[in-house]
Design a protein around this ligand. Sequence first.
Ligand code: KIV
Ligand code: ZN
Length: 513
Amino acid sequence: MESHIQIFDTTLRDGEQTPGVNFSFDERLKIAKQLETWGVDILEAGFPASSTGSFKSVQAISNTLTQTAVCGLARCKKSDIDAVYEATKDAVKPVIHVFIATSPIHLTHKLKLTQEQVLESIKEHVTYAKQYFDVVQFSPEDATRTESDFLIKCVQMAVDSGATIINIPDTVGYSYPNEYGQIFKTLFEHIKTNQDIIYSAHCHDDLGMAVANSLAAIENGATRIEGTVNGIGERAGNTALEELSLALYVRKDHYGNETRLNLSETKNTSDIISRYAGIRVPRNKAIVGQNAFSHESGIHQDGVLKNPETYEIMTPQLVGIRKNDLPLGKLSGKHAFAEKLKSLGYDIEPQNQVDLFKQFKAIADKKKSVTDRDIHALIQGSEHEQNAIYQVETLQLQFVSNGLQSAVVVIKDKHGKLYQDSSIGTGSIVAIYNAVDRIFKHKSELIEYRIDSVTEGTDAQAEVHVSLNIEGHPVNGIGIDHDVLYASCKAYVEAHAKYANEIQNKERNHHAF
Ligand code: KIV
Ligand code: ZN
């Protein structure tokens, strides 16, 4: 049996069920690679039967990852199981996650099945899945509101039919640590099998207890935890894996076991998810929030200067937060820039470095010191631009005080073809967005608009996030620039470009699927 606490990441499945979050195909692939770098044991890449997009991403992730097990979700339905098989068959370690609800409220109102029918369905579908997969995970959905006797019967049936991983979802975040831990204890006492069974916890955060409940599961024998990066997910989200893993690391004296995550990749992983999900991490969020390692009061600052351990139970370096940010400036040359990229963990091809250096110089001309956060933003911005199928070529604005503003927008597609249009609006941003809407000819609604500054100071670059609803589909876009209006235009164009890309892929897949 494994001796560490296994991490099952469901950022790409349960995490993507966060209202307003919709990762693009490229983002899913990048997230999966980062999760592999972080060192998760297994990742749930999607729910292949739910859409062609999910199927294709699970397939691409299965073909790409070289170490991590890839899992797909399936209802108790043969067509769902077939879809997971097709999507994951090339993964280094394919896994299927079969679930069915077991609580009285779900049986009566959602499934309209009797308990006997549920047991029969578990037997039929876990057995069917076992024909194709060495590793079958079974989840009794809403387990924490299921009568104990029936839960035991469901789990026993799943184990007898070939499941070797039993995941206990607190689907609605209803349980509390003692109660949730007790469920694992009861299962250990009652489930009879010669197989090694891994018990896994899957908690939602409706009452803010997902991490505490997951830790209680570990105290009662669970050796696998499901969760998401930054705790994103359906409603109030899932267990925040960065919090759970650091709790295990810092309090190993109590839990006696840890994960195998590369903890120094924690902050990077959190940043990527925050950026692609368009959800800012609260400043006071444990482990990855901006304040997590800041000390405000004089007494605390004095203590930390004398010995950091007076007020820090872990170091920022442990989770990959770099404090010794030596900024570059406009006199920094290619060599210093290359060294900085290396020290920040980027391995960038020489030709791309030349382009990045030009962009760095442009920033350094406008900004006194270029910090690590500027460099990260520069690289992420340039990645966005490289992958974009449309880019802003020119933005021209006319501002009239107390009047209507006007904008001319020119965008360029991957093949260099230019598209342009103009519009007016009550403000400059409205004028820009109206012009972009006219170019793309899609009906869109701006749901959220947010400006963050990449660093402090009046010369900081602006990072604009937009969430749009385009013809019923949620899409996010990010734009980074010194000029807020230009950054706003880039973000809006990126969101439209993503939608256009999804539509093109859908049309292509429609013929191939
Ligand atoms: O919360 C839940 O019950 C789920 C299941 C699909 C495992 O996400
Ligand atoms: Zn869930």
